[in-house]
Ligand binder design. Structure first.
Ligand code: CO8
Length: 257
């Protein structure tokens, strides 16, 4: 991998992916997106990994799609490249993905952050969809995920003006979970990751799947899926262990089965 650093056990059960094109503010070129996809696929298959943290560096999570790589493309080039099939594969990652964001999270970078299940931001983080300033618009889910995350008024403002919002505002409108001083954002993401990694991976997977459906289906179908996953959790050894441990007043030992 050229533009991505992978640490499979950055913390017990927690892998770290670090975007590594610092000179270009981690602009998401085609290869970097493919590397993220491949790394996530590998981590999905690795049973020792429970949660993944994805980060950039202090100055930038990612400043968007690589504008230089896109500048001379035609609509048909874009159609043939079909970059969004890669995004679809990233979106289907089954384990919890936590974004640790500092500095710029713009355009495709903001969209990548919104693909995460939870976000921890440093006080210096800035989120924005500035594509409108380039004469285009978000294409990686920006209009849809942002509207769902922050509501119509704020999403419209960000997408139509290209203005950035601060980490604190992002927290207030519901885009990020936690905001911490810049020296602590990665540690805080690890802390959040560790508290999820301490749960049954089977239950975590079923629960993540169910919460995601809330954004993709109507209520009736979402409730139906929730109930199915809930019943399915009763087939796991971990569910028996979790309830037995509660009754016996001891810590559960998860098997991931
Ligand atoms: N693409 C390519 N290179 C970039 C990008 C980018 N998105 N962002 C920054 N860079 C490069 C700069 O060109 C510069 O390189 P060089 O030194 O060779 O000129 C280097 O990174 C440092 O950047 P700046 O000198 O501009 O740093 P500043 O601190 O002055 O400014 C900003 C930082 C405000 C972040 C500024 O760089 C900027 O506005 N960047 C572009 C942000 C943007 O418009 N992003 C949206 C891109 S379009 C998009 O994401 C569409 C998404 C579609 C789906 C996703 C597919 C992956």
């Amino acid at each position: 991998m050229e533009f991505l650093l992978l640490t499979p056990q950055a913390r017990p059960g927690v892998a770290l992916l670090q975007l590594n094109r610092p000179k270009e503010l981690n602009a998401l070129n085609r290869q970097l997106m493919l590397e993220i996809r491949d790394a996530l696929q590998q981590l999905d298959e690795d049973e020792t990994v429970r949660v993944v943290v994805i980060t950039g560096n202090e100055r930038a999570f990612a400043a968007g799609a690589d504008i230089k790589q896109m500048a001379d493309k035609t609509a048909i080039d874009m159609l043939i490249i079909d970059q969004f099939s890669t995004w679809e594969q990233i979106r289907r990652f089954k384990k919890p993905l936590i974004g640790a964001v500092s500095g710029f999270a713009l355009g495709g970078g903001c969209e990548l952050a919104m693909t995460c299940d939870m976000l921890v931001a440093s006080e210096t983080a800035q989120f924005g969809q500035p594509e409108i300033r380039l004469g285009t618009m978000p294409g990686g889910g920006g209009t849809q995920r942002l509207a769902r995350a922050v509501g119509k008024a704020k999403a419209m403002e960000m997408v139509l003006t290209g203005e950035f919002i601060s980490a604190e505002e992002a927290r207030r409108v519901g885009l990020v979970n936690r905001v911490v001083p810049v020296g602590q954002y990665l540690e805080e993401a690890y802390r959040l990751a560790a508290s999820v990694a301490a749960m049954s991976p089977v239950a975590v997977r079923l629960a993540k799947d169910a919460v995601n459906r809330a954004f993709e289906t109507h209520l009736e179908e979402g409730l139906h899926l929730e109930r199915r996953n809930y019943y399915l959790s009763f087939a796991s050894e971990d569910r028996k262990e979790g309830m037995a441990a509660f009754v016996e007043k001891r810590k559960p030992e998860w098997k991931g089965r």
